[in-house]
Every structure is written in structure tokens, then in C-alpha cells.
Design a binder for this molecule. Structure first.
Ligand SMILES: [Ca+2]
Ligand SMILES: [Ca+2]
Ligand SMILES: [Ca+2]
Length: 163
């Protein structure tokens, strides 16, 4: 019957970002979420995150192989990989996209790396502690924006229906 197929698509939309409010509790505690992310991104496991490692992590999202990651590529990838993170993927993309041109590339990774380092001791090296502190503040900021009545401008996610 066709109706069951329609229902399945509808349910998938709700699960994957079609919700009207953020559920930040899925990402709490924030310092644990951040620590897991750091461990995934610290590819050589030396306790430091380099620009090259950030670049390598974002390469996964470059589905059309043009050497940079568009907002669409990024959010579609997060949609299938991590629905809990998808709900804030536009906030994250805005943070990564340091020069605000809606593409992620080398200059953004360098800028993002510097932002995190500068939020700590600014010595040119991003440690796990700096990374976790930065992410906790960012996630708390997203939560605060979401609690604000006019803070929902980023919620235009319809990831399952996009294709
Ligand atoms: Ca490393
Ligand atoms: Ca950019
Ligand atoms: Ca540092």
C-alpha cells in the first residue's frame, strides 16, 4: 500500500531534523560530547589537534570532491551520520565557516583552529582542554539562543526530504 511508504518518509523527517525545537539534552553533558569529538578528530592521538587534522576530518563531507565542503554537503552528511548533532548542524557550520562565505576550506580550518587556541593560551597548539572548553561554551551558547524567542532562525532542516 502506498500510504505506509508515505508514513515512513514522514517519520524519517521528524527523526532527522524536522523538529521545531532543539533537544540539547541529547548532547549533554557537553564536556563529554566535546571530549568524544576531540578523540575522533585527534587522528594521531597525541592530545593536540592540528589544522591538518581538522582538514582531514572535513574532507569526509566533501561528497562532490571539489576540495571544499558546502553547507549542504556538511548538513546532509551529519543528517545521516548523527541525527542528534544534525539539529545544531547549521550553528556548527556557521562557527566553522570563519570567513562566512558558505564554504569550508583551508582558510576556515586555520581560522577555526586559531579561534579555539585564542580562547585558551594562544600558543599555536590546540589541546584537548582548550577544545573541550571551547565546545562547552559554544553548546551553551546554542542552548541559550534556542531559549530566546527570536533565536530559531537556523532551524530550516528538512534533511530526509531533501533528496
Ligand atoms: Ca593530533
Ligand atoms: Ca569559508
Ligand atoms: Ca593552545
Amino acid at each position: 500500500m502506498e500510504s505506509s511508504g508515505v508514513l515512513l518518509v514522514f517519520v524519517a523527517c521528524i527523526i532527522c531534523g524536522g523538529v521545531s525545537a532543539l533537544d540539547m539534552t541529547k548532547l549533554q553533558p557537553y564536556n563529554l560530547t566535546a571530549a568524544i569529538m576531540f578523540l575522533q578528530e585527534d587522528l594521531n592521538q597525541d592530545g593536540q589537534m592540528t589544522v591538518a587534522e581538522i582538514d582531514a576530518v572535513f574532507d569526509k563531507y566533501d561528497t562532490n570532491g571539489d576540495g571544499r565542503e558546502s553547507r549542504h554537503e556538511y548538513t546532509m552528511m551529519i543528517c545521516s551520520a548523527d541525527p542528534d548533532l544534525y539539529q545544531i548542524s547549521h550553528y556548527l557550520y556557521d562557527d566553522y565557516d570563519v570567513n562566512n562565505d558558505h564554504h569550508l576550506e583551508q582558510t576556515d580550518y586555520e581560522g577555526w583552529h586559531k579561534k579555539i587556541d585564542d580562547s585558551g593560551d594562544g600558543n599555536g597548539v590546540v589541546t584537548q582542554e582548550e577544545f573541550v572548553n571551547y565546545w562547552v561554551k559554544m553548546l551553551e551558547g546554542i542552548e541559550a539562543q534556542n531559549n530566546h524567542p527570536h533565536g530559531n532562525s537556523h532551524e530550516h532542516g528538512h534533511c530526509a526530504a531533501g533528496k
